[in-house]
Write a protein that binds this ligand. Structure first.
Ligand code: CA
Length: 229
């Protein structure tokens, strides 16, 4: 499967290294940022699948940054786990109100941190987990990379596989080409939007023999959607 990109925003080098080491050990890709400005640069380049965000940062605080991310439609859905040295219950509530999905107090054990990351990804970014996905007669296994539709085995290229995985875990919602580039390619700058149409066409062709190609719907003027309606 595609490994999740985890953006680490932490100014203390020792903790930053500890986080990067543990994230990599779990098979995720660590992207390191020591302040909000460089975190923003990384996000502009490609959307991460999850952000580990320290509360106390030089300049803009983690809480402020979380609020900013939640206010922007492009970054609104990125799962955020706040890291903090504070144990005050009010701080925890403030962090969650700012838009964090979870909250972890320093010092933390790597095991606890990884369990939290997995839980948040499972809840907020199911396309980044290994869970078997079944929907509308299609079964997709991220571990074996196999897809079957109505009992027929389906051969997909890596991009079509990721695209189908994303659609199946985000059924009924309409995604624009820009959003799909962000979510599936993780990069909205260097890929042309019409590339998406090519992969959609290939995906439909692969699904056609099982008559499930009509699940990949074009929503005129908006983008694409996975739906049986
Ligand atoms: Ca700090």
């Amino acid at each position: 499967m595609t490994s999740a990109n985890i953006l680490l925003v932490e100014d203390e080098p020792a903790i930053q290294e500890l986080l990067a080491f543990n994230v990599a050990q779990c098979g995720y890709r660590a992207i390191q940022a020591f302040d909000v400005a460089s975190a923003q640069t990384e996000i502009n380049r490609a959307l991460p699948d999850l952000i580990l965000l320290d509360w106390m940062l030089p300049g803009v605080s983690g809480v402020e940054f979380a609020q900013r991310l939640r206010a922007d439609s492009r970054t609104r859905d990125i799962p955020i786990i706040m890291l903090t040295a504070r144990t005050d219950e009010r701080d925890k509530i403030q962090g969650l109100e700012a838009g964090a999905d979870d909250y972890i107090t320093k010092p933390f054990s790597p095991r606890e941190l990884m369990a939290r990351i997995r839980a948040v990804l499972r809840r907020r970014a199911p396309q980044m987990t290994d869970d078997l996905v079944c929907a509308e007669g299609i079964e997709l296994s991220p571990t074996t990379h196999r897809v079957s539709a109505k009992g027929m085995s389906i051969e997909l290229g890596p991009t079509e596989f990721r695209l189908l995985h994303f659609f199946m875990t985000h059924a009924e919602r309409v995604y624009s080409r820009t959003q799909l580039l962000d979510q599936v390619w993780g990069d909205h700058v260097f890929v042309e939007e019409r590339t998406i149409d090519v992969h959609i066409r290939r995906l439909r062709q692969a699904l056609e023999p099982s008559s499930t190609d009509n699940l990949i719907q074009t929503v005129r003027g908006s983008g694409y959607r996975f739906s049986k309606e």
